[in-house]
Design a protein. Sequence first.
Length: 256
Amino acid sequence: MESLRREAPNPSRQIPPPRLEVSGLRRAFGGRDVVADLTLTIAAGQVTCLLGPSGCGKSTTLRMIAGVEHPDGGTIRIDGQVMSDGSGRFLPPESRGVGLMFQDFALFPHLTVAQNVAFGLGGDRAARDRRVGELLERINLVGYGAKYPHELSGGEQQRVALARALAPRPRVMLMDEPFSGLDNRLRDGIRDTTLEVLKEEGTAVLLVTHEPDEALRMADEIALMRDGLIVQRGSPYNIYNAPADRAAAAFFSDIN
Ligand code: ADP
Ligand code: MG
C-alpha cells in the first residue's frame, strides 16, 4: 500500500513550475502603500503584461523584482530561489539572472552593435560571437554588427537593446514601457518582432505598460493593476470581454 501511495499520479507534476513567483509584495513611500500585497506568477516562455494607469505602482513592482528597489515585505522567487523576503534576505540585481529593458534604452554610443550585444557576456570569444550572430539574426540585423548606434533608426536601436538584454539568457525579462519612446507608426512592427524574439528565447517576461492595446496584443496573461493591487488576472480575451468591474471596463473602453 505504502509503495502504491508513493507511485500515485500527482497532477501537480504536470504543471510547469513557475519561473517567477511574487507573493505579498509591498512597498510604501511616505506612509502611502504604492505596492500593496501584490501576488503574481509567470512561467518560462510566458509573457505577462502588468497593465494599469500611470502611478498605480507598475514601475515600483518591476524595480523590486529587478532588485534595484527594496521591498517592505513579501517574497520574490526565481526558479524557486529566494531573491528577497520579509526577513531581510536580498540578492543584488546582478545575481538574479534578470534582463532589463526600459523606455530610455540607451545603447553605448562608442560601441558597435555587436559590442553592445556582447557587452554582458562572459565566456570565450567564439561562444560570444556565436551568441551575438544568433541574436542579430533573430532581430533581423544581420550585417549590422560593425555599425554604431547613431547609424541606426530608433526601431533598429530598440531591437539591438532587446538583443543586448537577452544575450546572457536571462531567466526573467523585465520590460518597463519599452516602446513608449517610439513613433506610433513603428510600434506595431516592433511589438511583433519583440514578441517573436521573446518566444524564441523562451524566457519569462513581465512587461509593464499603461496601454491596453499593447497588453492585448502581446500578453499571454494580463495582470490588471490599480492602486498597488492586481485587480484582475486573465487572458487578453477574458479581460477584454469580462472586465472585473466598471473601472476595468472603462480602462479598455478607449480602444476601438
Ligand atoms: P507607474 O509605473 O505605474 O506609473 P510608479 O511605480 O512609478 O507607477 O509609482 C507609483 C507611485 O509611487 C507614484 O505615486 C509615485 O509618485 C510614487 N513613487 C515612486 N517611486 C517613489 C520614490 N522613490 N519616492 C517617493 N514616491 C515614489
Ligand atoms: Mg512607470
